[in-house]
Structure formats: C-alpha cells, structure tokens
Design a protein around this ligand. Structure first.
Ligand SMILES: C[S@@+](CC[C@H](N)C(=O)[O-])C[C@H]1O[C@@H](n2cnc3c(N)ncnc32)[C@H](O)[C@@H]1O
Length: 494
C-alpha cells in the first residue's frame, strides 16, 4: 500500500480512526444517537431533526453535523471531534475546509454498512456552482450499490476491483477474498482508496493504470468493475464517468479482456451501458461482445433511457445540466449514430472451460428480491446442472414448481362463459420472472410435485391428448430447460 499516498499520513489515518471509533461515528452509532425519525430524515436529505438532536456539539454530534448535515461548525468543536487528528492535518488532507469563521466538510466521509467508513468526494449537489474535479472520486450512489448487490459473494482466493474509486467494492471483496487487488487510472482516486483501506484496517494491493494494463498476465477468481461506462463521443471530462472510448466500446473491451483475467471457474461482473441502434437488435449487439471468448455470459438489462433523459442525467451528475451546448453536442452524436436509447445492466461472465458456452442477454426490468448476487450465482449453478444433464437427462429428472409460484389468467366473457386469453406463471420471490405459457406447459408445471420423472409426466399427457410421446418430449424438453434456467421449476435431487 505504501506506494500510494493517502489523504493523511499513516499516523493521521490512525488518529482519524481513533476519533471516529471513539465517537461511535458508525451507521449504528448514528442511528442510536438520532433515533428513527431524524435518521429517516437524513435519508431524504431533511436534516432538521438531526440538527435539533445534535445541538450540544459533543464529538459525535459535531461529526454528524459536519459530515452528514454539511454544516459549518466552530473550529474548537471540530478540533475536539477529530482529536487526536489535528485540524491542521485534516485541512492539509482536504478532509475539512475553512468556510466563514468555521470549518465544514471537504470530503464525503460516510459511515457505511455496520462499521466501515468510505472516503469520497462530495457530490455536486453539496457545493453548487463549484465545478467537479476532473478526477472526481465517486461516493456510494445507485450504480455502486447495484454492483455491490450483484457481486457473487462466495469465498475466493483472489479478487480484483477495476476502477476502484473510493474503494467501496474492494471493502466488500475483502470479506470473502483472501487477497484483494484494486486498480484505478486516477492517482487521486487511489489516494482515496488507500485511505479508505487503511481507515478500515484493510490491506489491498493498489495499482495504477488503464483498465487491465496494471494486472496484465495475472488471473483472478473474481473480478468486479463499475467502470466509467457512460456512452458518448469518447471525450473525457470526468474520469469517473467517461472512459475515453467511443460509444459503448468499454463494455466490449472488458468482455474481450475477461478470458485473460479469470482463473478456471472464475467470475467477472461489471456494469455497462449499451446503445440501442435503429434497425439493430440490442441483445445481439451485446451478445456479440462475448463471441469467441469461450465464457458463459449472462447479461441483464435493468433500465433503458431515451437519449434526452440519458444526457440530462449525466450532465446533472456533473452539474452541467444548464449548458445547452453540451447537451446538443452529445445528442447530435446520438443522432448521427442512430442511437435511439441506452440500456443499462449487469454483465456476469464465467470461465467455465466449455466448448459450448451459454450466452444469454435479456431484459430483467422487474424488481428483484435481493441479494441479486445469490440469484446470479444460482443462475450459473442451474446452467451447470442443465449442461451436465444434457437434453435426455432433463427428461429423466423430476421437478417441483418454485415456492409460491402463481398462475395469473386473463379471460374474456363470451356466450359460453370465460374464454382464457393468456396464462402467465409468476414467481413471487427471487428474480420474479413472469412467463406466458400454453395449457400443455401449465399442465406439466401443475403436475410437477417432485414425484414423477418428466418423461413419465409427458407420457401421461401424450396419452390424454392422443399425441406421440416422443414428439411431445422433443417439444417440451427445451421449454422445461428454459423454466429450469429461470428457476420457475426446480429439479428434485434423488
Ligand atoms: C464509476 S467510478 C466507480 C468507483 C467505485 N468502484 C464504485 O463502484 O463506486 C469508475 C472508476 O473508474 C476509474 N477509471 C476511469 N477510467 C479508467 C481506466 N481507463 N482504467 C482504470 N480505471 C478507470 C475512475 O477513476 C473511477 O474511480
């Protein structure tokens, strides 16, 4: 870690850690101090109750006022709250800054999870009018949390966080990886990450460089990345957002790098944007990223934005929403490249060593029951099961419907009573898939009580409907495999 500076000296970080621990400036400590009403207000950026509850300015109160409620506080109170860290060192490290006749936050110092702290830059909304640093270090936002939730948290030997920023992904990796490596192109980001690591008593290998360059030739069991995935003409104004690559090329570049980064059986997960181009199937475009990699791939599209909303979102993110020229130039680029929408999602890749890798790119816009990471791990487990069984083995297995599986019907009243128009299976848990099915599949799922092999179930159905059992098996096998893949029916082990 020593090769990267921190925001404070090692002794300064230790002093800060002492101050924060002593004051109980942790998520739980703050919640206990403020109570549910004020804590709830903070989540909505309404600090009134929190300010009333911290009027006596003891160390915890002052830390809450400065770093959570963004107040300017008297220097003596801040000095008492940060001691044994001196105000001079806190100022030099940018932790606090002078404002009027007091001190206020210079960074985002967030208590995080049970007893961690994450250091990042303040968001643009905290200092309106102040331009964001070109190497702005991102705090814990929506995309960050999406990747935290999506990461497969199984024990591994080695893990890599590409584009670590504040270091928050690496903090999580250290809970289930024996060794953590984190990289970033920005020296400034690495300073924040090194400080976050030391503040939490963790030890990661930190490397500087462009994407996978700093780890060339090395392999990891798990790689996660929340890269600068924003799509556009390839200009870089803010490194946390802009990769310098044109369009959605960074998503393809990470896919191409994955086989060389992963150990056998290793997993790589990253967030990406991809363009929806007029006349082109977005799914095929994204699937094309994995052609020839030999990796199993599951890509889920979680959101889709139209160009105007997309550009506004990302200009607002850096405080440039009011600049019509910036928006126009970006939208012109979208027009010129026939981009009609931008998709956002999670890419999960696995080096399975199979000659016939599974590549699935699909919409998954519904709300998913967390933790997403377990759902993703289970998806790859189900792929393993399907592959090991083969088409014949799928027919020989016995199945049970997913817990709580629901049937939803739409029907129209006619002269002869209700005529069913649509039947949809709906999973109330997990990935919450809904799947339209025909009456035959409905009968199969309805009869899936774990007792009869699918082949026997199909023979009964074939006899009842007077069709050849082999024909029915040929048609039903892939459908059942699809239902297994989605977890709508589950194999029953012998
Ligand atoms: C969206 S931020 C993610 C930060 C953090 N990992 C998280 O999940 O909140 C992207 C990070 O990638 C870094 N980055 C940008 N371009 C990069 C590149 N070409 N190679 C490595 N890191 C890069 C940025 O400095 C930034 O810290």
């Amino acid at each position: 870690m020593d090769e990267h500076d921190m925001l404070l000296s090692p002794a300064g970080v230790e002093a800060l850690r002492t101050a924060l621990s002593r004051a109980a400036y942790t998520s739980n400590g703050i919640a206990d101090r403020l109570g549910p009403q004020a804590t709830g207000g903070i989540a909505r950026n309404d600090f009134r109750a929190a300010l009333r509850a911290t009027a006596d300015r003891d160390p915890l109160a002052t830390l809450i006022r400065v770093f959570i409620c963004d107040q300017t506080e008297p220097e003596a109170a801040v000095a008492a709250a940060l001691a044994p860290l001196t105000v001079a060192e806190a100022l030099a490290g940018g932790l606090v800054e002078r404002h009027g006749d007091g001190l206020r936050a210079g960074v985002d110092l967030e208590p995080y999870a049970d007893d961690w702290w994450v250091l990042a830059d303040l968001p643009v909304s905290s200092r309106p009018g102040r331009p964001l640093h070109s190497e702005h270090v991102l705090g814990i936002g929506g995309a960050t949390q999406t990747l935290i939730g999506a990461a497969v948290r199984r024990p591994v030997e080695t893990a890599l966080d590409l584009g670590t920023g504040s270091g928050v992904q690496a903090l999580h990796l250290a809970t289930h990886a024996r060794r953590v490596t984190a990289t970033d192109v920005s020296e400034r980001a690495l300073r924040f990450a090194a400080t976050t690591a030391a503040l939490n008593g963790q030890d990661w290998e930190l490397l500087r460089g462009d994407l996978v360059a700093p780890v060339a030739g090395r392999r990891f069991d798990l790689v996660v990345s929340n890269p600068p995935f924003v799509v556009g003409p390839g200009t870089t104004t803010h490194v946390y957002r802009d990769s310098g690559r044109v369009g959605d090329a960074i998503g393809a570049e990470l896919a191409a790098a994955a086989p060389g980064l992963l150990t056998e059986g290793g997993t790589m997960q990253y967030l990406a944007n991809w363009v929806h181009v007029t006349g082109e199937d977005w799914g095929e475009r994204v699937a094309g990223w994995f052609a020839g990699t030999g990796l199993d791939a599951w890509v889920v599209q979680r959101e889709v934005a139209d160009p105007m909303a997309y550009v506004n979102l990302w200009l607002t993110d850096v405080g440039e929403a009011a600049d019509p020229h910036r928006a126009a130039a970006w939208l012109d680029w979208f027009d010129a490249h026939k981009v009609e929408a931008v998709g956002f999602g999670i890419v999960s890749l696995r080096r399975g060593g199979h000659a016939d890798p599974v590549v699935r790119v699909e919409d998954l816009r519904q709300r998913v029951e967390p933790p997403m990471g377990e759902r993703i791990a289970a998806w790859f487990d189900r792929q393993d099961w399907l592959r090991a069984r083969g088409a014949d083995g799928v027919l020989d297995a016995r199945y049970r419907a997913a817990e709580g599986l629901q049937l939803r019907q739409e029907a129209t009243m006619g002269d002869e009573g209700w005529a069913v128009d649509r039947q949809v299976l709906a999973m109330p848990h997990g990935l919450r898939w809904t799947e339209e099915i025909d009456p035959l599949v409905l009968a199969l799922v309805g009869g899936a009580d774990g007792r009869l092999p699918l082949r026997d179930q199909l023979a009964l159905l074939a006899a009842a409907h007077d069709v050849a059992p082999e024909e029915l098996a040929e048609a039903a096998g892939p459908i059942v495999a699809h239902l297994v893949e989605r977890g709508i029916v589950e194999p029953v082990s012998d």
